[in-house]
Design a binder for this molecule. Sequence first.
Ligand code: MRU
Length: 352
Amino acid sequence: MAFESKIKTIEWVDNYSRMVDQTVIPYEYKFVNITDGEKMFNAIRDMIVRGAPAIGIAGAHGVVLFAQEGVNKFDNREKFVNWLIEKAEYMKTSRPTAVNLMWACQKQIDVIKASTSDIKGIVDELKENAIKLENEDIEINKKIGDYGAEVVPKGATILTHCNAGALATVGYGTALGVVRSAYAKDNTVQVFADETRPRQQGARITTFELAMDGIPVTLITDGMCSYFMKKGMIDMVVVGADRIAANGDTANKIGTYTVAIAAKYHNIPFYIAAPLSTIDTSIATGEEIVIEERSREEVTHINGKIICSDKVNVINPGFDVTPHELIAGIITEKGILRPDYNKSIAEAFKAV
Ligand code: MRU
């Protein structure tokens, strides 16, 4: 059963992309219009839009924006096409870990390559494809939510890390999609949200969007999860993913691996919720996933204020990889994939 969320994170409007500015939540809930390709590259890099499926759609919009600019630059179709493919490849590099970004830009490259239209026609086809990907994202998340809700026990407390919600997708969310669908069936389920240092997506974004939809949420700091697991206060963990290897190893926000180890120790099922577009079957294991390194300021500062010695060394990986053996299931739009993931993932792709 689908729960109706009020949030639409990113949307193509006439000839530009409109998105929620996630850098100012929870102080403000405002939209920004992105009107050219370079600005979209920067919006993804600077995390105005964030979350794997949302940056995929942003990338697809970015290719349309570049295409619109190309109309005024080129008369020659071949030159336009070559230039635009280069721009789409460039857009893929705006962040390195979430494979949905590369997947969606590649979908746009496929449209460019398959097109027999003139320059103007290619722009229209790219726009149409971007809107199609946008709509599909919500439908896919609702399916993920409904499959996931089947494994949520009555009255469960669900722990999540980072934000894999409506604000990390076009709408509804993956991990929080499972929460929304479960809540629609049983309004006694509730969420525990990890703060998610350093950027605090759990505190800033997950608590904000769940509160907006009226779903009960309790904020805890990252170090508290095993304390509550030992007390028997957590029934299951559901998180999102940025890239899943063919064997099920899963990259997600830094700190996810710690939660998965704690869940295994306490015998609590740990689930990933993600669309098939997050699965990268070109890589055999998580060893091959590129982990984004982010700035020292994200760790040394909170809200612009330094919280440590300015001489301290800092390392700031944005993601970690949870080994497949810690994962009870991967909840996708094709159902819940179970170990052996090499087999279940291959089967899921055969059915596409
Ligand atoms: O750095 P972010 O905020 O883009 O990281 C987001 C996450 O790690 C999410 O859990 C993941 O992208 C899944 S979103 C449905």
